[in-house]
Design a protein around this ligand. Structure first.
Ligand SMILES: Cc1ncc(C[n+]2csc(CCOP(=O)(O)OP(=O)(O)O)c2C)c(N)n1
Ligand code: SF4
Length: 536
């Protein structure tokens, strides 16, 4: 019984993957965690670990693919924005060893700042996309995806969504395969994207598109099932197929159904269902990607229902009830969630170090008008809520420092950035370099809880090295302060903040105390180790 994420991880191990690279992000994190915990990774047969951000992860995976070994890179959907430069160009270089890029989308934004659809990126890069319908599909597709990547010579994008990533089903495994030996690309210029080579490589990529479509038509992941009632044809993608099935207790759907799980969508399959039915209903998680292409290419008057005409809501995750309504069936929605649950906002844990950083910051900024704290993404984003009401922005990882800089450039004084330690290494360092270069008047608080707390406590890349990094970048040592964010140290922390808010340059304040949750975990692990060693 595996989570969708775990099925992907297990398949990669079984299919002879040599290394996995990732930056944590819900709902993708469990893929890499599963591999890290595997005996193959613990014994050093598979390289598994966290990268500093999604771009470094993508590039490391491309480097491993260059050597001829199979590799996987995982991220949440917004991580693909960070990795986009490497990702798009990897389609032009192509892959040598099998390369699978897993991007986990979060429709309904359960824990994300948008619900972008990674299939758009796959189409943009012009590479094959796999979108599993269930956990078994996820397993089989990874196993198959490495072979396809090697056969077609391109990276393959696997797009999953939260519900599949985080639900369990029985999965049948395939035999374990040996890893590839190192074998460098036959064409020594393949990975050198100088314009002359890149033009040639791009033409190669375009020339392969028909082959990609042929694979999607023949792999068996896409299927057409005929139905006796031709008044409607239904196209589903990915997990939407399950929601459709759930609406027919006997699993017998009276209408013709085209199930899409591999892209590019084979034209012949779409033509078949379009021509044999009076109208179409398109059910897909995320953006109306297939719906737009069907409307564009087959626009000869037939009605096409989906997200664009409002038959299915334009935003948010699908579920069996939404599909029931779209089919004109009875609304089967259950009882509303009780108010006591709905009205329960998330909050910082009791004793969380971020609480004391915000208490001091709020007090220090008390003499200025509100609206000058640029924050970032992590547990500390909860500082936006009561009782703190301490931050004014949260846009994308790293944007705190650079937005504070822009505001300071515009004359906002003081301008404060609040960023976590993991987010700082992910995308904050380059912004700090900009501030140092321009001698910007900004105060930057790097909230160092010594972990990546929001995604479950993964290691933070700059553990024990934040002051050294800041100094190396050029922040003056007299304006780098390490604080202890706790009630006992409130007054001294306040005094430092007051002084540094007046400083006309780059000031870095590092409140440092371990996250309560990882501290508890570490002390449990420590006690367990002690018990084992005393038994021995
Ligand atoms: C581009 C991108 N990648 C990953 C994430 C998922 N994510 C949200 S916050 C966060 C890191 C938080 O760690 P840190 O900055 O140390 O703050 P903490 O939660 O420990 O307070 C991650 C990985 C994201 N939102 N965007
Ligand atoms: S998990 Fe850690 S950092 Fe996040 S709110 Fe709890 S104590 Fe604070």
């Amino acid at each position: 019984m595996l989570l969708g994420d775990e099925a992907i991880a297990q398949a990669a191990i079984d299919a002879g993957m040599s290394g996995i690279y990732a930056y944590p992000g819900t709902p993708s994190t469990e893929i890499t965690e599963y591999v890290i915990q595997s005996k193959e990774a613990k014994s050093g047969q598979i390289r598994a670990g966290w990268s500093t951000n999604e771009k470094t992860a993508m590039e490391s995976a491309l480097g491993m693919s260059y050597t001829g070994k199979r590799t996987m890179v995982c991220m949440k959907h917004v991580g693909l924005n960070v990795a986009a430069d490497a990702f798009i160009n990897s389609a032009i270089t192509g892959a040598n060893g099998g390369l699978i890029v897993v991007s986990a989308d979060d429709p309904s934004m359960h824990s994300s700042q948008n619900e972008q659809d990674s299939r758009v990126y796959g189409n943009f890069a012009l590479i094959p996309i796999l979108e599993p319908t269930n956990q078994q599909d996820a397993y089989d597709m990874v196993y198959y995806g490495f072979d396809m990547s090697e056969k077609l010579g391109v990276p393959v994008l696997m797009r999953i969504t939260t519900r599949l990533a985080h639900s369990r089903a029985g999965v049948v495994r395939k035999p374990a395969r040996a890893q590839n030996e190192i074998h460098l690309p036959v064409d020594p210029r393949q990975f050198i994207l100088l314009p002359a080579n890149a033009r040639r490589q791009y033409k190669n990529l375009l020339a392969k598109q028909q082959e990609f479509e042929n694979c999607a038509a023949s792999s068996g992941f896409n299927s057409f099932t005929d139905g006796e009632d031709k008044s409607l044809g239904i196209i589903t993608t990915g997990i939407a197929y399950n929601y459709l099935l759930e609406n027919y207790a006997d699993r017998h759907i009276p209408f013709p159904v085209l199930k899409i799980a591999q892209y590019p969508v084979p034209h012949s399959m779409v033509e078949k269902i379009y021509n044999s039915c009076d109208k179409l209903l398109i059910l897909e998680e995320g953006y109306p990607v297939v719906e737009e292409s069907v409307r564009g290419f087959m626009n000869n008057g037939k009605t096409i229902h989906g997200r664009i005409d409002g038959t299915v809501p334009r935003t948010g995750e699908l579920n069996p009830n939404i599909v029931a309504v779209a089919l004109g069936k009875k609304d089967t929605r259950g009882k509303d969630i009780p108010a006591i649950v709905v009205g329960r906002p998330p909050s910082l844990c009791k004793g969380c170090p971020h609480i004391y950083s915000y208490n001091a910051l709020n007090e220090a900024l008390g003499k200025w008008s509100k609206g000058r704290v640029f924050s970032d993404i992590g547990c500390y984003t909860l500082g936006a809520l009561d009782p703190f009401d301490a931050i004014n922005t949260c846009v994308d990882m790293g944007a705190s420092i650079t937005m504070a800089k822009g505001a300071a450039d515009a004359g906002l004084y003081p301008a404060v950035a609040v960023i976590g330690d993991s987010t700082f290494t992910h995308s904050g360092i380059t912004g700090l370099i900009d501030c140092v270069k321009d001698k910007s008047h900004v105060l930057i608080m790097i909230l160092d809880n010594e972990t990546t707390a929001m995604t479950g406590g993964q290691d933070s890349s700059a553990f024990g090295r934040i002051e050294a990094i800041c100094m190396g970048i050029g922040v003056h040592k007299d304006h780098i302060f390490v604080l202890n964010p706790s009630p006992k140290h409130h007054e001294e922390n306040l005094a430092i903040l007051n002084k540094e808010l007046e400083y006309q340059g780059v000031s870095v304040i590092i409140p440092r105390r371990e996250c309560i949750q990882t501290a508890i975990r570490h002390s449990k692990e420590h006690r367990k180790e002690e018990a084992v060693s005393s038994e021995n």
